[in-house]
Design a protein around this ligand. Structure first.
Ligand code: ZN
Length: 80
């Protein structure tokens, strides 16, 4: 069974958005986003969502919401 690079990239996205990623991992995610259209779109969606929420709430994305988004992405990945 091949390892799923998209799953890893999406999982790492959350850390990437939070700015808590090591330069090494950040480079790997960036590289994957350059190569992978769907992940690039997912990243754009996440970044936009986060900035919209940040603008509206003037605070961090609630952990509960982030959990639900992560859950949706996990479910999506699991069904393919
Ligand atoms: Zn991908």
């Amino acid at each position: 069974m091949a390892y799923e690079p998209c799953q890893e990239a999406l999982a790492t996205l959350y850390t990437y958005l939070d700015g808590e990623l090591t330069p090494d991992k950040r480079a790997r995610v960036q590289q994957h986003l350059d190569d992978c259209g769907p992940c690039f779109e997912a990243f754009g969606f996440e970044a936009e969502l986060k900035s919209v929420i940040a603008r509206k709430c003037q605070e961090q994305v609630p952990a509960s919401l982030r959990e639900r988004v992560a859950e949706a992405l996990r479910a999506e990945g699991a069904s393919t």
